[in-house]
Design a protein around this ligand. Structure first.
Ligand SMILES: [Fe+2]
Ligand SMILES: [Fe+2]
Ligand SMILES: [Fe+2]
Ligand SMILES: [Fe+2]
Length: 329
């Protein structure tokens, strides 16, 4: 049966992967799988960006706007990203997840970040050279810890112990001017998306981990990807601007997802016979419309004199409410 497990879990309000080693069937078409991965990258980036925008709103005395960004960020990760991961069987066994993690970290450590550092040198952006060099070193350390964890699990007699990783202090993200241009600016953007995705991926791996120390390793690594790597990159890229700019940019993204991306993915999934995927994409498109609407109300509240904080009403629902709320549509 195709993907029924994931959809049934959502209907029961269980959109967060629960318990150890939860793996779902993954017999969607290759196109639907590719579209789902594209959507997951967008969800992970929206989650990380909204948390960054929330910091700026908090810092500038707009706690209602900050709360809206945080609630929406939670929906993007705990509902949308998680449901899409379930749809395609994204989370495997601990061993499979470690192998995926090692491959990703090694690629970043030995290929992408060294290449980005070399390009930043050619572009004359010294802070980006330093950043990409630091990231390459950190990702090599991540790969090493995951390799040790894999050995501890697959060869208990080896004496290897699962490392728990490094606990890092989150780097504040601030509204700053972009510091690099040209290809390096593009590479910084790609880094933001990759680090946001790594955070989301490892968070799901941690939730599904069958061993507490492994869950701790994935959680600590995820926190470094988001709290340090994404944050430092955001401060070079100039991701965060004013609250009104951040809201406008978020509205643009939500409208695109609600009216272009998810409807297109739903049509393609339906044509490929992936009915459950089509239903999920349709449901999420309505959620994104709700997000756009809530951000628009918050924006009006900020720009209209005396607009009032009562205009800022988070509509993001707890994970699991989506199936019930969309049935009435
Ligand atoms: Fe979303
Ligand atoms: Fe990493
Ligand atoms: Fe990273
Ligand atoms: Fe959204």
């Amino acid at each position: 049966m195709r993907m029924v497990k994931g959809v049934c879990a959502m209907a029961a309000g269980l959109t967060v992967l629960a318990g150890p080693q939860v793996a779902y069937a993954a017999d969607v078409s290759p196109d639907t799988r590719a579209n789902t991965l594209t959507a997951m990258h967008g969800e992970a980036f929206a989650h990380a960006s909204y948390l960054a925008y929330a910091q700026e709103a908090e810092r500038t005395g707009e706690p209602e706007v900050a709360a809206l960004f945080r609630a929406t960020a939670a929906t993007e990760l705990d509902d949308h990203f998680t449901a899409e991961a379930e749809l395609i069987g994204f989370v495997g066994s601990d061993v499979e997840n470690l192998e995926e993690s090692i491959a990703g970290e090694e690629f970043e450590a030995t290929v992408s970040y060294p290449d980005f550092a070399a390009q930043a040198r050619r572009d004359g952006c010294a802070p980006a050279v330093a950043l990409f060099t630091e990231l390459a070193g950190d990702e090599a350390a991540h790969a090493g810890r995951f390799r040790t964890a894999l050995e501890a699990i697959t060869d208990p007699g080896s004496g290897a112990e699962i490392p728990t990783g490094e606990v890092v202090e989150p780097v504040p993200i601030r509204a700053v001017q972009p510091q690099c241009s040209g290809q390096t600016r593009e590479n910084l953007y790609e880094t933001l998306r990759g680090e946001a995705f790594a955070y989301a991926r490892y968070t799901l791996y941690a939730r599904a981990a069958g061993v507490p120390r492994l869950a701790e390793l994935w959680t600590n690594t995820a926190n470094q990807e988001l709290g340090e790597h994404f944050a430092e990159t955001a401060n070079l890229y100039g991701l965060v601007r004013t609250n009104t700019d951040n809201l406008r940019h978020s509205i643009d993204g939500e409208v695109y997802e609600a009216t272009v991306m998810y409807p297109s993915f739903a049509r393609h999934a339906a044509a490929a016979g992936d009915a459950e995927a089509a239903a999920l994409f349709r449901e999420i498109s309505f959620d994104e419309a709700d997000h756009a609407s809530a951000f628009l109300r918050a924006l009006v509240g900020l720009v209209v004199p005396g607009g009032g904080e009562d205009q800022v009403r988070p509509v993001a629902r707890p994970a699991g409410d989506r199936a019930q709320s969309t049935r009435s549509r």
